[in-house]
Design a protein around this ligand. Structure first.
Ligand code: PAF
Length: 284
């Protein structure tokens, strides 16, 4: 497994592979791997000749009061897990490599960041869009894989790939859950024992909504009210949003007639957790 730390080394590596007619797949990450990351690598492995993982905690996607300084990291363990998953190269740039002095460009989408997490994290998606654009230009992958847990991020990357004419196939990876239903996230490491059990309120809410919709409930407000009451029974929870929306545009729906995305963000203590599900209406 090659470890590349500079832009030119990464670009030269990819150019060489392309000259050899090899296909390159990129899994962009911020490290501190869990099974969710590994599943993205496992998804990419059979689709390409060369599997690249980038590890970079991108400062521009964190707001001023967010967890950039405490974001968990364990590079040695990440490298061992990547090797085991069959990764052929890791791009491990420094902050200065990605954002040299005098860097001044920002990629900003017009509509998709205006919903869900974007309402609460105003700089987040321009930071994500900018770094992913740079990763695409540096790694030059044929395929890139992003997890569906960050559903809004996935839609934003699909849109930017289209808008900026990247010849890259974007593939979605399933949400990977712990046995009890908690969606895997590097931020789960912040949770105390009590908070860990309160964190289950998210996946349980998704199940509650699925049941209500399966029984014929079509009114998102009625379901939201029930979910709100339910989440509030768990200690240390503060709801940020519960949204039933169109899976493509992310606009809120006022009746559940077709497939909807239910997206939830809850703070458990100080830890912000998100989860989501695509839910089909039984009449479909
Ligand atoms: O999903 C993430 O880990 C990050 O947002 C990403 C896509 C690696 C960009 O920093």
């Amino acid at each position: 497994m090659d470890i590349l730390k500079t832009k030119s080394a990464m670009q030269e590596w990819s150019k060489k592979k392309k000259k050899e007619s090899k296909t390159v797949c990129l899994v962009p990450t911020m490290g501190y791997f869990h099974q969710g990351h590994i599943s993205l690598m496992e998804k990419g492995k059979p689709l390409c000749d060369e599997l690249v993982v980038s590890i970079f905690v991108n400062p521009t996607q964190f707001g001023p009061n967010e967890d950039l300084d405490s974001y968990p990291s364990n590079i040695e363990n990440d490298l061992a897990l990547a090797k085991k998953a069959g990764v052929t190269a890791v791009f491990l740039p420094s902050k200065k490599t990605v954002y040299p002095e005098k860097f001044q460009t920002e990629i900003k989408l017009q509509y998709l960041p205006g919903f869900l997490c974007g309402k609460f994290r105003p700089v987040h998606f321009s930071g994500v869009a900018t770094v992913v654009t740079k990763l695409f230009n540096i790694v030059m992958p044929d395929i890139a894989i992003f997890g569906q847990k960050d559903y809004q991020q996935l839609q934003i990357i699909r849109q930017l790939t289209l808008d900026l004419d990247f010849d890259i196939k974007i593939i979605a990876g399933n949400i990977i859950r712990e046995k009890d239903g908690l969606a895997m996230s590097s931020r789960n490491a912040y949770l105390s024992k009590l908070q860990r059990s309160s964190a289950l309120s998210l996946s349980k809410s998704l199940n509650l909504a699925k049941e209500l919709i399966a029984r014929g409930e079509k009114n998102p407000v009625a379901i939201k009210n029930q979910i709100e009451t339910f989440i509030c029974t768990f200690p240390e929870t503060t709801i940020e949003y519960i949204s039933f929306c169109n899976p493509k545009t992310l606009e809120a729906v006022d009746s559940i007639e077709h497939q909807v995305l239910l997206a939830i963000a809850v703070k458990v203590g100080k830890t912000r957790l998100i989860d989501n599900a695509l839910i089909d209406h039984p009449a479909q």
